[in-house]
Design a protein around this ligand. Structure first.
Ligand SMILES: [Fe+2]
Ligand SMILES: [Fe+2]
Length: 333
C-alpha cells in the first residue's frame, strides 16, 4: 500500500473555509472591468460577436460567468460531494486508510464552501450589475456524464469515482489565467484564486486515490476502467453550448446565426484540443500508474481524440509544489 499523505494535516490552518473572508463584489469594478476573459469563451471570439456593440458583448460575458459559477456550484454538490462522502464512509469502491477517509471529510467541507461562494458571487454580481442571469439547467450535463455508468450499471459507482478523480486532476487554462488577469472584475479573480488554492491539495489527494485504486483493481476491472477513462474526460469537459445558445439568442441573434456561431466556435477540433490541454496531467497520472499497459487502452484514448498517450506526453504532477507551480505559481499558502 502506498504511503499515507500528510498534506491535509495542516488543513485547519490553510484551507479557504477556515481562513478566508467572504468574497464580496466591489461595485466600482462593474462599470469598467470584464466579467470573463474573452480568450477562454469561444463564442466571444466569433467574428459575428466581435462585431457587436459593447453592451451585447458584456451581456454575453456576464451570462458566461453566471453559467460557469452555477455549473461549479452544481458540479460540487451533485458530482463531487456524492463521491467524496462515499470515500469518507469507506463505500466508494477503493480501500483507503482511516487517515485518507478523514481527509475526504475535509475535502467535502472545502467543496461545499466552493459551492457556496460560487453561487454567492453569482448572486452578488447579478444584483450589482442588473444583468439578469438566464436559466441554467445542470441536468443534461449530468445525464451525459453519468451515461457511461448508466450503460455499464455494474460499474456505475466506480465511474462516479473516476469522474471525481478526473475532474480534480484537470488543470484548465481558466484556472491558470483568470487570477492574473487585471482586466477582470476583482471578485471573479479572487473566486478562481481561492478555489485553485484548495484544488492544489485536492489534486494531490486524488492522484493518490487513483494510484491506490489502480493497484486494487483486478485485470478485468482495469480493462473496464481504461476504456471508461477517455469518455469520462471528454464528457467532463464538454462546453456549455446550451447556455451559449440561450445567451446569443438573448442579444438578438437569429436561430440561424446562433447555429453558425456555436458550430464555428465549438468545432470538434478546437474542443478536443482544449480537452487534451486540460487533461494532460491527468493522462500523465494514468501513464505513470500503468493504465496504458492494459491491452487496448492506448487505442481507446486515440480513438477518443487523444494523442498516443503511451508515448512521451506530459508527466504527472508530483507533490504540492509541483502542482502549485503547474496551476500557475499562484501566491497561495
Ligand atoms: Fe472545488
Ligand atoms: Fe476539489
Amino acid at each position: 500500500m502506498p504511503a499515507d499523505l500528510t498534506i491535509f494535516d495542516s488543513w485547519h490552518d490553510r484551507a479557504g473555509v477556515r481562513k478566508d473572508a467572504r468574497l464580496v463584489v466591489g461595485d466600482e469594478d462593474l462599470a469598467t472591468k470584464k466579467f470573463f476573459p474573452d480568450h477562454v469563451v469561444p463564442h466571444l471570439r466569433h467574428p459575428l460577436v466581435v462585431a457587436r456593440e459593447d453592451t451585447a458583448r458584456r451581456y454575453l460575458a456576464a451570462q458566461h460567468l453566471y453559467q460557469w459559477l452555477r455549473f461549479t456550484e452544481r458540479f460540487e454538490v451533485e458530482v463531487v460531494l456524492r463521491t467524496v462522502q462515499r470515500i469518507a464512509d469507506g463505500a466508494s469502491g477503493v480501500d483507503l486508510s482511516k487517515k485518507m477517509r478523514r481527509y475526504a471529510m475535509k475535502i467535502n467541507v472545502d467543496e461545499q464552501f466552493h459551492a457556496l461562494y460560487s453561487i454567492d458571487v453569482a448572486d452578488q454580481i447579478e444584483e450589482a450589475s442588473g444583468i439578469r442571469a438566464l436559466p441554467f439547467d445542470f441536468a443534461p450535463y449530468l445525464r451525459h456524464l453519468d451515461g457511461i455508468g448508466s450503460e455499464n450499471p455494474s460499474y456505475a459507482k466506480l465511474v462516479q469515482l473516476l469522474q471525481v478523480i478526473v475532474f480534480e486532476t484537470l488543470i484548465t487554462s481558466l484556472l491558470q489565467d483568470v487570477p492574473r488577469d487585471d482586466d477582470l472584475i476583482t471578485v471573479v479573480r479572487e473566486t478562481v484564486r481561492d478555489h485553485a488554492a484548495d484544488e492544489v491539495y485536492h489534486h494531490a489527494y486524488f492522484a493518490q486515490v487513483f494510484k491506490e485504486l489502480w493497484t486494487q483493481l483486478d485485470p478485468a476491472d482495469r480493462r473496464a476502467v481504461a476504456h471508461f477513462l477517455p469518455a469520462v474526460i471528454v464528457r467532463s469537459l464538454q462546453p456549455a453550448t446550451r447556455s451559449a445558445r440561450l445567451a446569443l439568442a438573448g442579444v438578438g441573434f437569429s436561430p440561424a446565426d446562433v447555429d453558425t456561431i456555436v458550430a464555428e466556435s465549438y468545432d470538434q477540433d478546437s474542443v478536443m484540443s482544449g480537452i487534451r490541454f486540460a487533461a494532460r496531467r491527468t493522462v500523465g497520472l494514468f501513464r505513470k500508474c500503468g493504465v496504458f499497459d492494459v491491452p487496448g487502452a492506448r487505442e481507446a484514448f486515440v480513438s477518443a481524440g487523444f494523442a498516443d498517450p503511451g508515448e512521451g506526453g506530459t508527466a504527472a504532477l508530483d507533490g504540492i509544489d509541483d502542482i502549485r507551480a503547474a496551476i500557475g505559481g499562484l501566491d497561495v499558502p
